[in-house]
Design a protein around this ligand. Sequence first.
Ligand code: SF4
Ligand code: SF4
Ligand code: SF4
Length: 580
Amino acid sequence: MSYLELKKVQCKDCYLCLRECPVKAISFADHRSQIIEDRCILCGRCMHVCPQDAKLVHSDLPKVQQMLSAGKKLIASVAPSFISNLGLTSFEPLRQALKAFGFFDAEETARGAEWVTHEYARILESGTMKNFITTACPSACRLVQEYFPQALPYLAPVASPMVAHARLLLHEHPDAEVVFIGPCLAKHREAAESGVVSAVLSFDEIKSVVDLQEDGAEAAAQPSAAPTEGVAMGESGNVTCRAKGYPMTDGIIHSFHHLPGGYHYMSVDGPKRAMEVLENIDNYEGVFIEINICPGGCINGPFSLLPKGGTTKARLQMQQYLMQGIHSYPTIQDGEVAPVDLSYEFPRVLNRSRKVSDKEIEEVLRRTGKVSPEDELNCGSCGYRSCRAKAWAVLNGYADIEMCMPYMRQKAESMAFDIVHNSPEGILLVDGDLNVVDANATAMEMLDIPGDTMNFKPRPLKDFMPPLDFFLAYSQQKNMEVHKQFIMSTKRYVDIVICYMKDQNLLFGQMKDVTEEVSYEKKLDRMRNETIETTDQVIMKQMRVAQEIASLLGETTAETKVALLNLKKILRQEEEKKED
Ligand code: SF4
Ligand code: SF4
Ligand code: SF4
């Protein structure tokens, strides 16, 4: 089952989560980001740093609602950090709210924690373990099981408070199912593996479904009612409340009535410090180490509702709660034997990552341009601690070779350089003082700029071409197009696109040699003019011929008219003679 997933559409491949992940359990191979489930210790750190909120967390809330609808007898085991997370000063209001929601009952997980400390004390006093690692943190256990097998013999073989409490509850209510409520993502996996916890809810989920009445000082001063039939209330007093401090750093150490002798007691929190200690555990002797992966302990868990920087306040709230000495579970007497088995087995956990050889690593490094130790920048921008760690991830199929930013930048820059410097178009950069600060070989040739591209020295633009259009583009901060600009020195014509680059405060000029087009146009013009002239001459000639023909025709017509009139006159005269 996936307890944590990446929402692919939201992930922007910034690698922030990978940088934060202590065990590099996020894969970005083949441009697909996903949690590597068999490597993930469910510490939840990636959830908090993701600026895109691209993490999807599994929820047991629908399952719990379904179980309630089906009439199941559910008992809640509530982590002590409810105090700081839900803003309460006692357990009773939460217990009542959970019962009103449908739970058969609710108890503080601290009851199980007290038995766990009791069991720790028994083993410590036996003096059988060289070093002793204690933790209520499933992420810490997984870290040992999967990544630090050398520390496994020192991991106390005792159930966590959640599992111990669930066993107690099921011992007392065999027909019930236990739902753990707390601030921890990793409890989901632990619950599934334990076989005694049916579901896990966060404080946030609980807040969204139960009607939580504010508790007052009065309620806080009252011991809550015995939660379970047949279980007697313990005597009130600070001593028996110590196990409620488990969610704070040092909480386990402070939960002992008397610290068994023969050990140095210390605690570490945060993955980095935990890993340092686990790495070296074999070198220690007689060390008792309490580990929490969340800095500050579970009060600061992945689902904690504390505001940023609220850990100190939460710790104070927890300490005040401890000081009240309110009990909701029976006190354990010295020498008392637990009614349930408190042992737990932590087997070695293997993942699918493979070992890679130095030769393979070197080959990957070489493919990203790292051929000597100086090339290994170890900058961490890919999300891995070192170039070699990233190469290992590439070989395991967890990372793409392109994830190396300096390499990609270098590659992009060299590509950009190649493109610019091999471009058939002239490219030049002009600054605000109208100096050419860089130009490619084509531009240098077009404008007859002396020197070479590799060692370009800024020069005034006016020495090579009229600078007016560049001046206008710069002063108006806009792009411009210039057509058929004549370059005196090379007798060329160029079309220029001038772009104002705001961020760099530079002008980018892209020039196309249009000399041939201009000559061709000129030739065409000439031909056109010559054709027009020839046409005019032909027309004139034609006109002249036409006029001549017309005048000839006119003369003939006049002569014919005169002849015909004479003929008509003669005929008429002859007619008149006949009549006379
Ligand atoms: S933090 Fe991780 S999941 Fe979130 S956007 Fe960046 S790469 Fe993606
Ligand atoms: S939950 Fe923790 S271990 Fe898992 S991917 Fe996120 S940061 Fe890594
Ligand atoms: S140089 Fe590249 S591979 Fe090395 S740490 Fe930086 S980004 Fe990762």
